[in-house]
Design a protein around this ligand. Structure first.
Ligand code: LMR
Length: 398
């Protein structure tokens, strides 16, 4: 008997991070804590729509006269407005950097991977471990070979910078290097500026191509500060890719709003890149969703809305830093959390210990020990910290 087409498919495991949302929701314990997926929560535990975004949405509703196609590049004005946020004002006139709107940071990463594979089917990308679990499927499925190297020592809560540099020194000209622009996901452990400078020098010296994932700009130390490393490596490299997301810093997670920027060696080279991006996008999503990008454009074009967005982003950033400070002050074993950036930190806990916390305290975090710092409410910080410290005292926690 012949096997029918769809019966050839194998069952797929659920995405472990996204599955946590439903698991936490189904837990009836009132004291449960969802620190799984990376979404911002305010003091009361809600993920609010930003004030400026609400105004922009209303304005869009009232003023938009058509929903006719925009084209595969998406909202070109939106891309133009995002460019200086990522690369600085000076980059506005740099025609070697081209960009297209994408469905979120994931779309940008996937489009970048497709571009790389099209340019060179043998392309390799160096990836520090641990990294965001979706990097491997998003980039790997385009056929780009992933070369893992050490990035972070979970047990000692330290960046393995020398090991990383040793690995990158073995890269060949034209190899790519995946870098987290800021707010490293999953560890929260960011490179400092001297380390970024060293990578920029190496990239220039060896002809490597940085591929920066900057999904949390503004949630670490501020919009400008969080882009400093990205700017250094992009400046140093002859060619580079940057996957950007507005989902977190504009709080529009489900709107899927991002950009892929690519720096070419010349203006002509960049024009060819842009043509390739457009044709690749056409084969994947044809055109990106409009709503999020249109609202971001409205905010960025209006000085008042823009200022209010920046103010609210700074409030979010400050809240994350306050929560980090509270965790760090709770116990010396958590003090490293205060020195890190962004939404995530990684606890030196084994998957079994993570499961034990889920069962005993209703604490939901990724099996790697990654938790969303800002998933904690003002009330739950101490409950969470006490449970974690108790778990860390278990002889076989790591
Ligand atoms: C996360 O890492 O939690 C977020 O980036 C959400 C996702 O898509 O994984």
């Amino acid at each position: 008997m012949t096997v029918k087409l769809l019966d050839r498919l194998e069952e797929q495991p659920a995405d472990a991070l996204l599955a946590l949302i439903a698991l936490a929701e189904a837990d009836p314990r009132p004291e449960k804590v969802d620190v799984g997926v990376g979404v911002y929560r305010d003091a009361a535990g809600n993920t609010p729509i930003l004030r400026a975004m609400k105004v922009a949405e209303r304005r869009l509703l009232e003023s938009q006269e058509t929903k006719a196609y925009l084209g595969s590049q998406g909202d070109v004005r939106f891309v133009e407005m995002i460019k200086p946020i990522v690369f600085g004002e000076a980059a506005l006139s740099d025609e070697r950097i081209v960009g297209v709107q994408t469905p979120g940071g994931c779309g940008a990463l996937r489009l970048g991977a497709e571009l790389i594979a099209k340019a060179d089917p043998q392309a390799r990308i160096f990836v520090g471990q641990p990294t965001w679990p979706n990097h491997q499927p998003l980039i790997g499925c385009a056929g780009v070979e992933m070369v893992d190297h050490p990035y972070y020592d979970k047990a000692n809560r330290a960046i393995l910078f020398d090991e990383m540099m040793d690995a990158l020194r073995k890269a060949r000209a034209g190899d790519l290097v995946l870098l987290h622009g800021s707010c490293h996901n999953p560890t929260g452990a960011d490179l400092d500026l001297d380390q970024w400078r060293a990578i920029a020098d190496l990239v220039a010296e060896r002809g490597l191509v940085p591929f920066v994932d900057i999904a949390y700009q503004g949630l670490g130390n501020g919009l400008e500060e969080d882009a400093a490393g990205t700017r250094l490596v992009v400046e140093a490299a002859e060619q580079a890719l940057v996957a950007q997301s507005c989902d977190k810093n504009f709080g529009i997670y489900r709107e899927r709003t991002g950009t892929l920027f690519v720096k070419g060696s010349s203006v002509r080279g960049a024009e060819i890149v842009l043509g390739n991006l457009v044709s690749l996008a056409r084969t994947m999503w044809s055109m990106p969703p409009d709503h999020g990008a249109a609202c971001v454009r409205i905010i960025l074009e209006d000085p008042e809305l823009r200022a209010d967005w920046r103010a609210e982003l700074e409030e979010m950033c400050a809240r994350i830093r306050t929560l980090r400070g509270r965790l760090a002050a709770f116990d010396p074993r958590l003090d490293y959390i205060g020195r890190q950036n962004g939404m995530f930190s990684m606890l030196p806990l084994s998957p079994d210990a993570v499961l034990a916390l889920r069962r005993s305290h209703g604490i939901y975090m990724a099996g790697s020990g990654r938790f969303n710092v800002v998933g904690l409410s003002d009330e739950s910080v101490d409950y969470f910290a006490a449970a974690v410290v108790e778990q860390m005292a278990e002889p076989a926690y790591a």
